[in-house]
Write a protein that binds this ligand. Structure first.
Ligand code: NAI
Length: 479
């Protein structure tokens, strides 16, 4: 704590470097900057106490400072142990007007290379605004939301259950975090949940968790699914990964991608961007899918579509993009060719069976550099695993670039304003933003690219049954 500001970051001296990058990013984030201008006077987030859990990058810094300009008080953590950019975290703590000696910014608890224990300690710090809790959550992947829901569940039950042998290591840490919290204050999360007006969720995997909570009636507050704004999932998931997937592979390995056989598991939005990214480098791309529609799309886009089994021994690069688990097993990895590269770009690390790999008899791990590990099998052949199976575009590179994140984060800001300023209008369900706002987000990004829109005439609008000012498509339209 310095001058009353709580934080835990790598080094505040990095703030100046972070501030330069933030300044350049602001120019590349026209949607967020337009939002700042539009709401400068009204300050619709005055009184909001936002607990944010989302990769602490330069782009996220611009999001955080936008929320602050709109009146919010903010605490922030990263939603992944490897994704923080330390200079961005330092700059946000110092703030535009502070110095490393006298930081005046936002409470951030994040550094690159946290342990899982540290990660959950940081997440727990989100919920303490002085003697109050937050009244909004901004989440990516749902870990902050999960902590509140599990906290309430165990407080209601009166105890945190003992972990079972089969529980993943990370879940055992969540249980330990909650046990400590419950021992100190038996109703902490119950109180916190009562104050929360809503959560806005960034990604496919987190949204999936929210719909599960809603289905079983367990969702404790309204939620906006930011991921399924068209200007989020059809842009960030696709064009963002098209940029940041090969960036991660290149920074990690510097292996020539051209001519190699690259396997992309999953052909959803992230898979589409990833496959295009590898093809752009000249790789021969193979796709695996379980959904006949996505498999057909991949085939019509010109990719070979087959089962992982068929290529596991011959391909050079493997990337999982499914949001599902156990896609690449330890047995698969044992069969791969020497120095095959294995990475994941989906949200959680269980797409690749890292626990199984570590337990392979006689396996040796050699750290080549941070977030790049060679696993040597007893027969002498090895594979290269990126970011220990965590999302490699943020672990090995710096994630998506600013322009695409401006689209995602403008949706986030509009969703926060929506839930915070309209309590009572939303039930404990999951909503998407109205199409009009989705179109507004896109509109805010056209000028920067020199895009000139054609204007509908009144007669044309009447002919296709829309308003001249939009929305231009029915809700079921898929883009
Ligand atoms: P999506 O649902 O559009 O795509 C996933 C695809 O994987 C689906 O087409 C599904 O049929 C397929 N799939 C499921 N199980 C499979 C299996 N066993 N084998 C082959 N294919 C399988 O989801 P989206 O939006 O593409 O997101 C995927 C993951 O990436 C999520 O975890 C999401 O949270 C994450 N994400 C990561 C980003 C990053 O920057 N690293 C950015 C955006 C999303």
């Amino acid at each position: 704590k310095v001058d009353g500001l709580e934080f835990a970051v790598a080094d505040l001296k990095l703030a100046e470097a972070g501030r330069h990058q933030i300044r350049l990013a602001e120019h590349e984030m026209p949607g967020l900057m337009a939002t700042r201008r539009e709401f400068a006077a009204a300050k619709p987030l005055q009184g909001a106490r936002i607990a944010g859990s989302l990769h602490m990058t330069v782009q996220t810094a611009v999001l955080i400072e936008t929320l602050v300009e709109l009146g919010a008080e903010v605490r922030w953590v990263s939603c992944n142990i490897f994704s923080t950019q330390d200079e961005a975290a330092a700059a946000v703590v110092v703030g535009p007007d502070g110095t490393p000696e006298h930081p005046k910014g936002v409470s951030v608890f994040a550094w690159k290379g946290e342990t899982l224990d540290e990660y959950w300690w940081c997440t727990d710090q989100l919920f303490q605004f002085g003697d109050q809790g937050p009244n909004m959550i901004l989440d990516d992947g749902g870990d902050a939301t999960l902590l509140v829901h599990k906290g309430v569940e165990f407080e209601t039950a009166g105890a945190v259950p003992e972990p079972s042998e089969d529980d993943p290591e990370e879940y055992k840490i969540v249980l330990a975090t909650l046990r400590k919290s419950l021992a100190a204050d038996a109703k902490r999360f119950t109180r916190i949940a009562k104050d929360i007006k809503g959560v806005t969720e960034e990604t496919t995997t987190g949204v999936h968790r929210l719909y599960e909570f809603a289905k079983t009636g367990e969702l404790l507050f309204p939620a906006i699914n930011v991921n399924d704004s068209v200007t989020k999932s059809k842009f960030d998931n696709k064009y963002g990964c098209r940029h940041s997937l090969v960036d991660g592979i290149n920074r990690a390995t510097d292996t020539l991608i051209g001519g190699k056989v690259a396997v992309v598991c999953g052909y959803g939005d992230v898979g589409k961007g990833s496959a295009e990214s590898l093809r752009g480098q000249g790789a021969r791309v193979v796709v695996t899918e379980i959904d006949p529609i996505c498999a057909l799309q991949a085939a019509m886009d010109g990719y070979q579509v087959t089962a992982l089994e068929d290529v596991v021994e011959t391909a050079d690069i493997f990337v999982t993009t499914t949001g599902n688990f156990n896609i690449i097993t330890a047995e698969h990895m044992a069969r791969m060719k020497h120095q095959a590269i294995v990475g994941n770009i989906g949200h959680f690390d269980n797409e690749i069976d890292m626990a199984g790999l570590e337990k392979t008899p006689g396996i040796k791990r050699v750290e080549i550099k941070p977030q790049v590990d060679e696993y040597v099998f007893p027969d002498g052949h090895s594979i290269i695993v990126l970011s220990q199976g965590r999302l490699l575009n943020l672990g090995n590179a710096t994630g998506h670039p600013s322009f695409v994140m401006s689209n995602s984060f403008t949706n986030q800001v509009l969703a926060q304003i929506e839930l915070f300023t309209k309590p009572g209008e939303y039930d404990k369900q999951v909503y998407v933003l109205p199409k009009k706002l989705d179109e507004k987000v896109a509109r805010l990004h056209l000028d920067a690219l020199g895009v000139k829109l054609t204007k509908l005439t009144k007669e044309q609008a009447a002919y296709i049954g829309v308003d001249v000012e939009g929305p231009y498509k029915p809700d079921h339209y898929r883009y």
